[in-house]
Design a protein around this ligand. Structure first.
Ligand SMILES: [Zn+2]
Length: 287
């Protein structure tokens, strides 16, 4: 099994969206914040697994620079988000550069359906797409658009398999959804950033990889238990961060959020997350 990381451009958001504020309306907080983050990477993952090629999130599309791609009437797209994606940064061309054919992908796993995670679905018309039922219901149609999902850009053929968790525990997660026959790739529920947000846990012989999507924007924010600024249900987001910390305490875990600039280094060096008062990064041998 081999995990590749692909950066599909960059995104800037408001600082209050990244680190959150415990009070006020999340959307108003974001619109009123004048401070942008640096351009943050938008990562997607490709897993070469014995049971088939797996993609975790598709990243963003270069179409974001087309006039009118974002709904002009939506305040978040006018005032809350900037993205930069070149055509060759899309996941399709990047997979081909790695010697992998997007047509060979068996499964596309979606942590959630925000545009920077589901913007490049078009590269995988033949794959089976999996997303949580709750996320899909939250994102589709006009209500989804109002919530900031770009369901109008989903390909016509997009008809994902809707996932409900099963009573199959994994560490502190009582319910999970195994994808592979051995369960070495499985969804775990990480609600908060969105109500139906999932993370993907990949169990390898030496270490476990936690592909966190936007469960937190960085590892430090997860370790600090700091809820982001878009979670509508802060309590549930808090519980998710505590559960991930507990998971990392029980199992040597390499934590890989979608927008953390340190994600590629941690993947390459198998640096595990250490949720104690110890330094946040320790090599595997010391864990
Ligand atoms: Zn998101």
């Amino acid at each position: 099994m081999r995990i590749h990381i692909v950066q599909t451009g960059t995104v800037a958001i408001k600082q209050v969206q990244q680190a959150g504020r415990p009070s006020g309306n999340p959307i108003l907080n974001i619109l009123l914040d004048k401070n942008w983050t640096e351009p943050l990477p938008i990562y997607a993952f490709v897993i070469e697994h014995p049971e088939g090629l797996i993609v975790v999130d598709t990243g963003e599309t270069a179409r974001v620079s087309e006039p009118g791609y974002f709904p002009w009437w939506h305040p978040y797209y006018r005032y809350g988000l900037q993205e930069w994606v070149q055509p060759e940064q899309e996941i399709g061309p990047q997979m081909r550069a790695l010697g992998l054919d997007p047509k060979d992908v068996r499964w596309v796993l979606l942590t959630h359906l925000h545009t920077d995670h589901a913007g490049s679905l078009a590269h995988f018309p033949k794959a089976e797409h999996l997303v949580s039922r709750q996320e899909y219901m939250h994102a589709k149609g006009r209500r989804g658009l109002l919530r900031g999902y770009l369901s109008n850009h989903w390909p016509g053929w997009f008809s994902p398999t809707l996932i409900d968790m099963l009573a199959q525990p994994s560490g502190p997660f009582p319910n999970t959804y195994p994808l592979t026959s051995t369960g070495d790739v499985r969804f775990v529920p990480t609600p908060g950033h969105t109500p139906g947000h999932l993370s993907v846990v990949v169990t390898a012989p030496q270490v476990t990889y936690f592909l966190a999507g936007d469960a937190s924007y960085t590892q430090d924010l997860m370790l600090a238990g700091k809820v982001d600024g878009v979670s509508m249900d802060r309590q549930s987001a808090q519980r998710t961060l505590e559960r991930i910390q507990q998971f990392c305490r029980q199992t040597p875990t390499v934590y890989l959020p979608s927008h953390d600039p340190d994600t590629p280094d941690r993947l390459a060096n198998q640096q595990v997350a250490v949720p104690t008062s110890l330094p946040a990064f320790l090599p595997l041998e010391a864990a």
